[in-house]
Design a protein around this ligand. Sequence first.
Ligand code: FES
Ligand SMILES: [Fe+2]
Length: 396
Amino acid sequence: MNPNNTSPVEHKMIRETRVAQLAQTGAGTPMGQLLRRFWHPVALSREVATGSAKAVRLLSQDLALYRGESGEPHLVAGRCAHRLTMLHTGWIEGEEIRCMYHGWKFDGSGRCVERPAERHCREANIRIGAYPVHEYCGVIFAYLGEGEAPAFDLPRKAVFETPGMLLFQRKEIWPCNWLQNVENSLDAVHVSFAHQMGKVGAFGEAITTEVPALSYRETEAGICQTAVRGGSQVRVSDWTFPYGNHVNIPGVDPRDPWTEVSHWMVPIDDTRTMRLALFATPSTTPEADSKLVSYYHGCEGYNSADHHDDLFAGKYPTDPLIRLTSAQDYVALIGQGVIADRMNECLGASDVGIAMLRRILTREIDLVAAGAPTKAWRRLDRPSALFTEAGPQVTA
Ligand code: FES
Ligand SMILES: [Fe+2]
């Protein structure tokens, strides 16, 4: 018997439930409720042209994202209140969206403002869900929680707002749960192995294959991860709650400046993750800038999932950086299964960051379940220096 007086079978069942809860995203789950207290990237700005709409799914909720004729984005429930067809298939009129099935029209606050075939009926107070959005640096963020949205904030905001920075955005959609994507961010050891696969590339060459000594510390924003290789090569990264990771990567060409990247592992639902990244590179010369722009544009359409069979057959992309590192992580994470079976793992001492993450997530969802306040995460006043005397850090 264990201290809680439960039998081994009961104990295993409780543990199974608690482990499963960590990966869940639905509104009715403790983790889904916790995640709804944050802003989430929901799409790239360029995916929604003025006067058009797009179906999106976030935290297991179907939504319609549209841009009104003013250029403002709006986010409403994915299905029409009438007979539930998908709203993004309709028309945009001004700042409103009209359903293609029978013409009901909704404004950006979710209010039904017109029902063409019900003109002679009493006005009904019909609403669908509507959610705050915020567009920033080419990314549209959304808040799906209750009540007023928290102030929009971003780790390392100053970098993205520095004049002279070239900004790039890209995303991939992978058929696996968000939590294994997050755990990968807190696993510096994988860099020495997964990122040496296929063809090493600029990223693999920038690090040694030596296994790092690791330490992790909970901060006001998330977890600070330090990996030391060779006794002096110190690399620090800021992981931010609930799924951000802020790292520095080498340039494609050794003469290019290093690039700062914010990664978000956005839960589409329990079995799909949108990995969205925002890159900031200092502008240098017009020639180098235009080379970089065409490199990033070339990466825009790449989604590792489209190359699944090739990647699992060991055929990696020839690109030395973005596509290659993405493909290497893809093989490792998809290889874990759609939702990693955490009941059958065998964690070691080097998984201390993952263990810390799970303890924090468990603590926070227990607070949600108890109706108690959760930790007030906030942006670090002074983010960890990604560059150390020994050079930039390259955890991905
Ligand atoms: S289903 Fe939308 S108007 Fe009928
Ligand atoms: Fe990686």
